[in-house]
Unconditional design. Structure first.
Length: 212
């Protein structure tokens, strides 16, 4: 039995709409995608962890072709109900996705890696899905000295660490650790952008990495 059969307990998709985190993630994502050398006939993106399909729908309206998977049965049901024009299916970062879907010039994964018990398996799958000279774009909540200190001083650590959220955030990434994860899997030229709030207190960070 694979992770594909397991829904994400506690992560409820009530609809196919964008959520508040997309207010700061999507504009930066569109800027990053716009800076990549993608020919009009090769604007193909694979979304690893597509959730309810809301981001895929936005990208489609900007001229990109989306294929995606998510482990959440509820998320995929909402995606297929609200966005039937999209190619989104059940699937897990622990599955052999490249064998099923092939490789893509861009692979996107927003706010996924912090939920995974085996992030190196995720990174291997990510790498396998990116075609040579392609790009991986990965976002996750940002952690750095000043933000961590501010959360400690304001008593926000319990809220932030979500200890009582089943299958919630279980890995807390810094730029250094996420860079190491992507580098170990074979990516290079890894850059970061912090989004949401001022950089020192950013809500999330977006890593952009290249495959040779």
């Amino acid at each position: 039995m694979t992770e594909t059969a397991i829904d994400i307990s506690g992560y409820v998709y009530e609809d196919g709409d964008l959520n508040p985190s997309h207010d700061y993630l999507v504009p930066s994502l569109l800027e990053i995608l716009g800076s990549l050398p993608m020919p009009q006939n090769r604007k193909h993106i694979f979304e690893l962890g597509c959730g309810n399909g809301a981001v895929a729908d936005v990208l489609t309206r900007h001229g990109y072709q989306l294929t995606g998977v998510d482990v959440s049965v509820q998320g995929i049901q909402q995606a297929q109900r609200r966005h039937p024009h999209l190619s989104l299916q059940p699937g897990s970062a622990y599955d052999r996705l490249a064998g099923t879907y092939g490789r893509f010039p861009v692979v996107l994964s927003l706010e996924v890696v912090e939920h995974l018990y085996d992030p190196r398996a995720f990174a291997r799958t990510l790498f396998s899905l990116v075609e040579p000279s392609g790009t991986a774009i990965v976002s996750t909540p940002y952690h750095g000295y000043w933000k961590n200190l501010a959360m400690a001083l304001t008593g926000r650590l319990d809220h932030h660490f979500t200890a009582l959220w089943d299958h919630g955030h279980i890995k807390f990434w810094s730029m250094a650790t996420l860079r190491q994860l992507l580098h170990e899997s074979g990516f290079h030229s890894i850059t970061f952008r912090r989004v949401g709030r001022v950089p020192a207190l950013a809500k999330s960070m977006i890593a952009v990495a290249t495959k040779s």
